[in-house]
Design a protein around this ligand. Structure first.
Ligand SMILES: CCCCCCCCCCCCC/C=C/[C@@H](O)[C@H](COP(=O)(O)O)NC(=O)CCCCCCCCCCCCCCC
Ligand SMILES: Nc1ncnc2c1ncn2[C@@H]1O[C@H](COP(=O)(O)OP(=O)(O)O)[C@@H](O)[C@H]1O
Ligand SMILES: [Ca+2]
Length: 577
């Protein structure tokens, strides 16, 4: 029901008189003692108000309240044109208004608070916050306490903060502890921390729904709690690709106003280990090797990826495999259609309509409409491609990040129930470098003869016939085979080198299948450092920054399985700030 919240009166800001108007959806104020031409109106959607306080309030550098009883202060979101080249930075602004009387002031504050309640029902009131103190440049705690907590307090959000002491603590908490009363979960860290939170929430939701998440054919239940990301990691790709910038204040503001961005999630299955989920990158070959190599150089911080990238590039490996994929409907979109997924994306909106069960539609039509998200192979023809690949990568979204501002697949969509499968065949090292380098510019990385890209609903990767992986035993055999061929010292090196207590814990993540990454390195090392002359025949998967130490994998996209406090990338050109 629409409540009439219109209020209009003369207010002062400093020494200037303004006509302030609150309509249902907007608060605006215009200077009145100016000639018409010079009158400038500031208009703020109610959904972007952060808070309303009595008196003249400042929150920076610390909170101060001057309690003049004719005054009130409004805090709201302002867009800044500086900063990230693609998305928009959000900042908070405050305007202190003076009224002719205390009664008028009380009327304004009460109307504004009612407007906020009525028109922003999805704002969080209570949040569970996990901080990884070791992510990225190890500034997570400082970022949260100095930039984010004061804004949450201003917005009246209460938060329960947990600074993690070990890897997987956040995931385990979400799987087991009482979550009642929380509206959302915030992670302060990188993609690894996000992945932990996502695994915890998806797992918990399936547990409560009585679904077996390890079954590759099960239709997973979407999660109720929203996830907020305060970027404080190394790649921060999920934040960058859903907000457009990596900026803790911008992200905190999206959380406060309760923005909502659905996100596709890919489940990755292997017969002998629990399911893993990915949103940004499932990569075999190059990206798997870069991650494995980078774990040895964690002390370098975010730079470890560039260093390891160069090392792995120089080792110039490729791997044999067979890829099977289930194409998505080519009439809906394609990875080379140059349609970027921006805030309010029409491709994703149409998918939401398809995803929502429609009560008036008969069962059969309904299931037809949901077919995009079904793993049922009768819903389409599987296609297979065999060969030697430098990398096989899959992403449910563009995976843009500061290193690659348009991402792994610039036209992929956040919430369309599909992902892009990128196959890079064995090629001359300089050609591969060209492919990699195009990720850093607007040049089309798919416009190369050894690269293919397909928009898919599901895919499988297997080793060539005769070389199939036979559970862990075979992986052990593979490892032994490699160790026989290679410098054993090198494998041991990976196992033990440069680990402090906390670094050792940094290796533990995901479903808990591997107590720590040392486990698989010791028992089933598939990867050897670039100092080895022999090329390993198999690689590992990079699953959003976590190593999956096997080759054969079966994956499926679950449309809009989780929701983030974000709204997608705002089109700079479309927004007049
Ligand atoms: C020549 C320059 C080439 C630049 C190529 C850039 C490609 C970047 C694609 C990035 C996709 C990112 C997908 C996100 C993955 C994250 O989930 C995941 C975890 O993040 P977290 O640590 O924050 O938890 N991050 C990653 O796995 C990092 C992947 C980064 C790969 C960087 C590769 C750099 C390659 C440099 C090659 C240099 C060749 C030099 C030749 C002498
Ligand atoms: N207190 C902790 N000690 C060690 N590892 C942790 C801790 N908290 C979280 N982790 C793990 O650290 C890994 C990397 O975290 P992330 O925040 O993504 O940083 P980065 O982007 O630098 O990789 C994640 O896999 C996460 O599970
Ligand atoms: Ca998608």
């Amino acid at each position: 029901m629409e409540i009439d919240l219109r209020l209009e009166s003369s207010l002062w800001v400093g020494r200037k008189r303004y006509l302030a108007v609150l309509t249902g959806w907007h608060l605006q104020w215009t200077e009145v003692d100016k000639k018409n031409r010079q009158r400038k109106t500031t208009s703020v959607p109610v959904s972007e108000l952060i808070g309303v306080e009595d008196g003249r309030v400042e929150i920076l550098p610390g909170k101060s309240v001057e309690d003049a009883d004719h005054d009130f202060t409004v805090f709201y979101v302002r867009r800044s044109s500086s900063g990230g080249s693609y998305g928009l930075l959000w900042r908070f602004s405050r305007t202190q208004f003076s009224c002719a009387s205390r009664a008028l002031r009380d009327q304004w504050t009460s109307y504004l608070r009612t407007a906020l309640k009525t028109h922003s029902p999805s704002r969080p009131h209570r949040l569970l916050v996990f901080i990884n103190p070791f992510g990225g440049k190890k500034k997570g705690r400082h970022i949260y306490h100095s930039l984010v907590a004061p804004l949450f307090e201003l917005a009246g959000i209460s938060s329960h903060v947990i600074v993690t002491e070990r890897a997987n603590q956040a995931r385990d908490h979400l799987l087991k502890k009482d979550l009642s009363g929380f509206d959302g979960v915030v992670c302060v860290g990188g993609d690894g921390m996000f992945s932990e939170v996502m695994h915890g929430l998806i797992g918990r939701t399936q547990q409560e729904a009585g679904l077996s998440e390890n079954d590759p054919n099960v239709k997973l239940q979407p999660c109720n709690l929203h996830i907020g990301i305060i970027p404080a990691g190394s790649t921060d790709c999920v934040c960058f690709a859903t907000v457009g910038v990596n900026d803790p204040v911008t992200s905190a503001l999206h959380i406060i106003i309760g923005d909502s961005q659905p996100l596709d999630v890919c489940s990755a299955h292997h017969p002998t280990v629990p399911v893993h989920y990915s949103v940004s990158l499932l990569g075999y070959g190059f990206y798997g090797d870069v991650l494995a190599e980078s774990e040895r150089h964690r002390w370098m911080g975010p730079l470890r990826y560039d260093f390891s990238g160069a090392m792995v590039y120089l080792s110039s490996r490729s791997y044999a495999g067979v890829v099977h994929y289930l194409p998505a409907d080519p009439l809906l979109s394609s990875p080379r259609d140059n349609i970027r997924c921006l805030s309010g994306c029409s491709v994703c909106t149409k998918s939401t309509e398809r995803l929502l069960p429609h009560p008036t539609v008969s069962e059969s039509v309904n299931s037809f409409h949901c077919s995009q998200y079904s793993s049922d192979s009768s819903e389409g023809e599987w296609v297979s491609v065999a060969g030697r690949f430098r990398c096989v990568s899959f992403t449910c979204m563009s995976s843009s990040c500061p290193r690659s501002p348009l991402g792994l697949s610039p036209s992929a969509h956040l919430a369309d129930g599909t992902g892009d499968l990128i196959l890079v065949r064995e090629s001359h090292p300089l050609s591969f470098l060209k492919f990699l380098h195009r990720h850093t510019s607007t040049q089309d990385q798919f416009d190369l003869p050894f690269v293919e890209v397909h928009r898919v609903k599901a895919f499988r990767f297997s080793l060539p016939p005769g070389e199939e992986e036979d559970g862990c035993e075979d992986m052990e055999r593979g490892a032994t085979r490699q160790r026989e061929n290679q410098d054993t010292q090198c494998v041991m090196d990976i196992e033990t080198k440069s680990r402090t207590g906390s670094q050792q814990q940094l290796t533990e993540r995901g479903s808990g299948a591997y107590r720590e990454r040392g486990d698989w390195r010791g028992k089933k090392a598939l990867f050897c450092g670039p100092c080895c002359s022999e090329t390993p025949s198999v690689s590992v998967w990079n699953c959003d920054g976590e190593i999956l130490p096997f080759s054969e994998i079966q994956c499926r996209v679950h449309g809009q399985l989780v929701h983030l406090y974000a709204r997608g990338i705002e089109d700079k050109a479309a927004i007049v700030s």
